[in-house]
Design a protein around this ligand. Structure first.
Ligand SMILES: Nc1ncnc2c1ncn2[C@@H]1O[C@H](COP(=O)(O)OP(=O)(O)OP(=O)(O)O)[C@@H](O)[C@H]1O
Length: 237
């Protein structure tokens, strides 16, 4: 479970996230939407503990800076960050050792197979394309089986097979009762399996809806997005 209470983040004098509150329950897929510059990546980086902020972020009840929270968190950043001289397999081994993942070799092989990385397992970070780096980043986040997974624009630059695999994985994680927060601009790919959406504008949640609420209005995620961001609808958070 993820709880964000009164999160505020300023870069120098510019306010990127403004007293933001949101909750994503265990077994839910939360989708963070919003125009460019709305504050989505900043929010995700604050949750991941990469930025200082005011307010509170709780992961399964633990403050996000604690070891208990970090153990339960997986993060796929917008831009993959690779060690230039580690191979794909060594990246997975590094994560497995850091998180003390038991029997990691089998899980790592399965993940590499799902993302068509087995034949790239011996390639180093610097030898990988952007899309391959993105796939390694996803595999590294999934390997420790965290309770909360943050995906910042996970589908950008991936090939169709990897996109299909990620969508399947979202559903598997949900079925296992994990908490997922995805920031994306690619609305139609999330259409069928999200549970809760938060639409951000100017650092605030301009609207928060469950899928049931949106379905009851006979709307799509895209309809809701434009209604909120283009002001056709009263923004009721
Ligand atoms: N490192 C930084 N230093 C100063 N300002 C920043 C920094 N990173 C982001 N910002 C500002 O914070 C605000 C929110 O940016 P953020 O990257 O969180 O938005 P976003 O919703 O993820 O946008 P996008 O959809 O374009 O990725 C923007 O006004 C941006 O210019």
């Amino acid at each position: 479970m993820l709880e964000i209470i009164d999160l505020t983040k300023k870069y120098d004098r510019s306010l990127a996230v403004d007293h933001l509150n949101l909750t994503v329950e265990s077994g839910e897929i939360g989708v963070l939407l919003g125009p460019n510059g709305a504050g989505k990546s900043t929010t995700i980086k604050c949750i991941a503990g990469l930025l200082r902020f005011k307010g509170e972020v709780r992961i399964c009840g633990y403050g996000n800076k604690t070891l208990e929270a970090k153990r339960r968190l997986g993060y796929v950043p917008e831009m993959p960050v690779m060690y230039e001289y580690l191979t794909v397999r060594e990246h997975l081994e590094f994560i497995a050792r850091a998180y003390r993942v038991p029997d990691w070799e089998k899980s790592a092989e399965e993940l590499m197979e799902r993302f068509e990385l087995l034949d790239k397992a011996g390639k180093t970070g610097r030898e990988l394309s952007k899309g391959m780096q993105q796939k390694v980043s996803v595999c590294c986040a999934l390997l420790p089986k965290p309770e909360l997974l943050l995906f910042d624009e996970p589908l950008v630059g991936l090939d169709p097979k990897a996109i299909k695999e990620i969508k399947t994985i979202f559903q598997e994680l949900k079925a296992e009762g994990r908490t997922i927060l995805v920031s994306t601009h690619i609305l139609d790919t999330m259409e069928n399996f999200w549970d809760r959406t938060m639409i951000m504008m100017n650092g605030k949640v301009a609207a928060s809806r469950t899928k049931a609420e949106v379905d009851a209005q006979n709307e799509s995620l895209e309809d809701l997005f434009f209604a909120i961001t283009e002001g056709e609808k009263e923004a009721t958070p």
